[in-house]
Write a protein that binds this ligand. Structure first.
Ligand code: FAD
Length: 438
């Protein structure tokens, strides 16, 4: 009902920092192109073709996703026609496409400098995933006014007006299946809710590994499906509170993506996974308080910064079964070490914030597991490899009657992907083309 308002992030939405060089991603596709050509004048043709390919790849995605929502009967007739143009792009890695356009390693590194948005470096990620993020940002970045909690606060009354409700701290223990039909959910506290349709948004791994009864999982060989996809990477995030308003601290709205000077993205990731003391392969700095025009009304004289980097789940796995906030000294020491490394990256870019930090807290992959129940602390559900987009089971419909999937795993990571998955699941459940009402 249009209550959620978004603030524009300004002209430069992303800054790609490679060693001591920086490259700005500028809002508006013409401006983006002009800016890239100013950095790489001899690569104008490659940049032009790249932008065209991004648009072409995204254009094929609508039919591909619609094929997930139409009936199996219709899919058998027109599914191939809907999906084949998309596969032309999704079967290729981001690196394959970029390398077919240019030999300039820096340009390749810059153009794939948003890979943190979907978690997989260019030699492993599908070009379709890359294109969807790149295309989205050509129009600039936006931040929810009042903070991301506004997304829930504004959708809550819409759900209530339709007779629905949101329960929090309400963990589902098991989906109740009766003669291959979903009929309800049993909660951790023993309470049972019955419904005509059950939709799981908990991610396909969590749903099939822990929420469906074992007999159902075995009957439909659902674990065989899971072997064909991989969980995405895990991450750490440093949440920082500062003294001083965003203006006083001169915080930008632009996101900073910081990369080591040496090696392509995949090499940097591998080097780090082999030895975590090597430079972070990617550090993302975000300045939520600077992006939110309402921030200073709520928190005058204060600011916030988030810093994210990749972190293998295994680093923190041994604390997987410990309780939140009671994981012990060794855990806290490792966290502090990582936090200090991340703060150093921040001070390199924004020396003026040194000495202004009031508090900070690092989330780890086991924090992600604790709060959103992804077993391996994965940041974005399933990873976005070319083969992911070939999996016909990543759809709203399941082999179980009245039981549906939704969420990022059936589309892609991102708030947009998650929202669109809701549209697809609604289409599959109702048989109506709700897309035309949007
Ligand atoms: C640090 C970080 C930063 C991000 N930044 C951005 C960004 O700037 N822009 C953007 O577009 N996207 C961003 N994303 C990605 C985006 O947040 C996700 O892709 C999106 O939230 C996925 O939505 P979803 O509904 O599919 O899954 P989720 O948001 O993961 O929701 C799944 C829900 O299921 C619940 N659940 C799990 N098991 C159970 C159970 N047994 N019972 C009850 N509930 C259960 C979980 O608690 C969770 O609330 C970011 C992600 C992360 C981790």
């Amino acid at each position: 009902d249009s209550k959620l308002k978004w603030a524009d992030m300004g002209n430069v939405y992303d800054r790609i920092i490679i060693g001591d060089q920086q490259f700005d991603f500028v809002k508006g596709v013409k401006n983006f192109k002009k800016q890239m050509v100013s950095y790489f004048p001899e690569e104008e043709q490659a940049i032009d073709t790249y932008i065209n390919l991004v648009f072409k790849a995204v254009k094929t995605s609508k039919n591909y996703y619609i094929s997930k929502a139409i009936s199996p009967f219709l899919n058998a007739i027109i599914g191939k026609f809907l999906k084949t143009p998309f596969y032309k792009f999704s079967d290729k890695t981001t690196d394959e496409v970029l390398r077919s356009l240019t030999k300039n390693e820096t340009l390749i590194k810059v153009l794939s400098g948003q890979y943190g948005d979907y978690g997989l470096p260019p030699k492993q990620s599908s070009f379709s995933m890359h294109a969807s993020v790149a295309r989205h940002y050509f129009d600039g970045g936006n931040f929810p006014i009042g903070g991301s909690s506004q997304i829930v606060k504004t959708i809550d009354p819409v759900i209530a007006a339709s007779g629905g409700t949101i329960l929090v701290s309400a963990e589902v223990d098991e989906i109740i299946i009766d003669r291959n039909t979903a009929v309800g959910v049993k909660m951790k506290n023993g309470k049972v809710f019955k419904a005509k349709n059950i939709v799981s948004n908990a991610g396909i791994m969590t749903t099939y590994n822990t929420l469906l009864p074992t007999t159902t999982v075995i009957k439909h060989r659902l674990k065989e499906q899971l072997k064909k996809v991989k969980p995405s990477v895990a991450h750490v995030s440093l949440y920082i509170g500062l003294e001083g308003s965003p203006e006083e601290l001169q915080l930008p709205k632009t996101n900073y993506w910081i990369y080591p000077a040496e090696g392509d993205h995949d090499t940097c990731v591998q080097r780090y996974l082999d030895d975590l003391s090597q430079p972070f392969p990617m550090v993302y700095l975000s300045f939520p308080s600077a992006k939110d025009p309402d921030w200073s009304n709520r928190y005058p004289g204060k600011s916030s910064i988030d810093i994210i980097t990749l972190m293998p789940f295994e680093t923190f796995q041994k604390w997987s079964d410990t309780s939140w906030k009671k994981r012990g000294d060794e855990y806290e020491t490792i966290k502090e070490d990582i936090a200090q490394r991340l703060l150093k990256e921040l001070y390199k870019q924004l020396p003026q914030v040194e000495g202004k930090i009031h508090c900070y807290e690092l989330s780890t992959p086991v924090t992600t597991k604790h709060f959103i129940n992804y077993k391996n602390g994965e940041v974005y559900g399933l990873d976005h490899s070319p083969s992911r987009f070939r999996q016909s089971f990543l759809t709203p419909r399941t082999p179980i009657k009245n039981f549906y999937l939704t969420g990022q795993d059936i589309v892609t990571a991102g708030v947009g992907g998650a929202l669109f998955s809701g549209v697809l699941t609604t289409m599959a459940m109702t048989g109506k083309n709700v897309l035309k009402d949007l």
